[in-house]
Design a protein around this ligand. Structure first.
Ligand code: PBG
Length: 361
């Protein structure tokens, strides 16, 4: 019996009479060296790519910002932050529970007080909105870290991060005294970490001192060390109703053009007693995240701020980009740059996607 004929390999069509130019090109191609290094070997299959992946996201490294407002049973969607709502304390507690069950590492609370005044009293009163929500969430005994943003801009009627002096600028030393009061009150309510974000000089030292004097030496400080006067905070200011009523924050937040100054801010905060450093915004500051990671021996967090989130969400809504893919890529890049912790409005979504990927593989 004769073996079936082997299928004949498809042969490229014979070139027609080669032109002198084609002969030239073929001769040049023959001289191209065969690559010795072939990084593509490690990209061949999904399994291979998973094996050599350098950066992996885990829900435990994510922190979800929550906006708390007075009331009960309230979930008020924020137009410029799709998927994010202002929550009354009971709803914030339910959300914290949901995030904890997804394995999200922490939540950070921002307050919308019922009343604002020139000095920001709502930030440090015992029955302040963040304090109330903190107590409520704390009582659930969740396995998630409770962080309180420590600032005054959500509580002042002029929207600046401290009391205003006669010349219209923010009074640094009056601000840090009040920030220290706010931090103590947040820690007493049950915050594991206080996160001063006002960019006042000496705020970390003032808070550390006040916490220690109050017997709260175990409360940690996550310093918004390098925080630029950024246009990316726009949606947050709508969410928190904290836009400055006059002027802007360039007198205290950093010039986005400055990287050396960012390192100085980080060094000062570490010297003043910061337990963690935060860089904000995140994607526009990947160099600063890398510098923070290389330069200091404390955990580095990065805040993917409202504008970063909103841009991705808006483009995804229009079908211009794949929201899940781009959000995952952005947060992965922030971690690759050196952040061990990422504050992101997509924390819950990401945690869900990460779980889905795990189930699939
Ligand atoms: C408070 C504070 C702001 C943000 C975090 N803490 C607003 C600001 O500085 O204007 C912005 C966060 C975001 O945009 O998601 N000072």
């Amino acid at each position: 019996m004769t073996a079936p004929a082997a299928p004949r390999a498809a042969r490229p069509a014979e070139p027609r009479a080669a032109s002198p130019i084609a002969i030239e090109a073929a001769a040049a191609a023959a001289r191209v060296p065969v690559p010795r290094d072939r990084p593509r070997r490690l990209r061949r299959t999904a399994a291979m790519r998973a094996l050599v992946r350098e950066t992996r996201l885990d829900p435990s490294m994510l922190v979800a910002p929550l906006f708390v407002r007075p009331g009960q049973g309230i979930r008020e969607p924020i137009g410029s932050l799709p998927g994010v709502s202002r929550l009354s304390p009971d709803e914030a507690a339910a959300e914290a529970q949901r995030l904890a069950s997804l394995g999200v590492g922490g939540i950070i609370l921002f307050g919308l007080p019922s009343e604002k005044d020139p000095v920001g009293t709502g930030a440090w009163i015992e029955d302040g909105i963040v304090q109330e929500a903190t107590r409520r969430i704390r009582s659930l005994d969740l396995a998630t870290v409770l962080i309180a943003d420590t600032c005054l801009c959500e509580y002042t009627d002029h929207g600046h991060c401290g009391p205003i002096m006669a010349d219209g600028s923010v009074d640094n030393d009056a601000a840090i005294e009040r920030l220290a009061m706010a931090a103590v009150s947040q820690a007493r309510a049950g915050a594991d970490i206080v996160a001063p974000s006002a960019m006042m000089d000496g705020q970390v030292a003032a808070i550390r001192h006040a916490l220690d004097v109050a017997g709260l030496q175990d409360t940690a400080i996550m310093a918004y060390a390098s925080k630029t006067a950024s246009g990316f905070y726009g949606p947050f200011r709508e969410a928190a109703d904290s836009a400055p009523q006059f002027g802007d924050r360039r007198g205290y937040q950093m010039d986005p053009a400055n990287g050396i100054e960012a390192l100085r801010e980080m060094r000062l905060d570490v010297e003043e007693g910061a337990d963690l450093l935060l860089v904000k915004p995140a994607l526009p500051c990947l160099d600063l995240i890398a510098a923070a990671r290389a330069g200091f021996d404390v955990p580095v967090a990065a805040y993917q701020v409202s504008g970063e989130y909103a841009m991705i969400a808006a483009a995804a809504e229009r079908g211009w980009i794949d929201g899940r893919r781009v959000m995952t890529e952005a947060v992965t890049s922030i971690v690759r740059a050196g952040a061990g912790i990422v504050l992101t409005y997509a924390a819950g979504d990401l945690a869900g996607w990460i779980a889905e990927e795990r189930d699939r593989s």
